[in-house]
Design a protein around this ligand. Sequence first.
Ligand code: MG
Length: 244
Amino acid sequence: MPTRLDDMYAVMRGADLTPDGAPVSLGDVTLLAPLRPGKLLGVAKNYADHAAEINEGVPAEPSIFTKLVSSVTGPAGPIVRPHYTRQLDYEGELAVVVGRTLRDASPDDALAGIFGYTIINDVSARDLQAAEPQWTRAKGGDTFAPMGPWIVTVDEIPDPQDLAVRTWVNDELRQDGHTSQMITPVADLLSWCSANFRLEVGDVVATGTPAGVGRGFDPPRYLVPGDLVRIEVERIGVIAHEVR
Ligand code: MG
């Protein structure tokens, strides 16, 4: 399997994609994350109802942060709660996989530069996020980015702003959002990023989370070992992982 997206393009352009060998049941394998991003970016407060639930305003410009690439894990996780937090939280999100170098790209060019879409849980340690100005620990812990289950290429998702995003914790629906609610839509988000720094093939941009995170409840409902998080993004699929 090609590990670089441009290799993947080459395969898709030229290769015979006829399946080879005996089919393997999904139930018999453990899927890994569909790629290891070059950069893994996130955007804070990109849904107004989420900003409201955490009692914060909507930023005037996209509030971009980076997650450590080493936080990426497979769609089945697990998420391992580190010893240093007792406020572990979930954020179900649509994630964009960049397919070509974008620098000062217009929104239209940014959209044309997308390879595909996947699902991410932007796991966050809220106590550290509140206490520390840099979110490296709060957002970058090992296993803090379950991703997958695969990349759906752009030809199958003509409009990234027309996708339901839902998160369940232990079968309770917690987030029931829609990408039409994004403050900065995908094309503008990538364009804005590319005006500040280069986006490269294989970079992943998590596009923000709708309302319903654990911190938004009164009292907050943080993840504890044994919890099962399930995130569904329309047209992509489902990722589900346990907290340990
Ligand atoms: Mg997020």
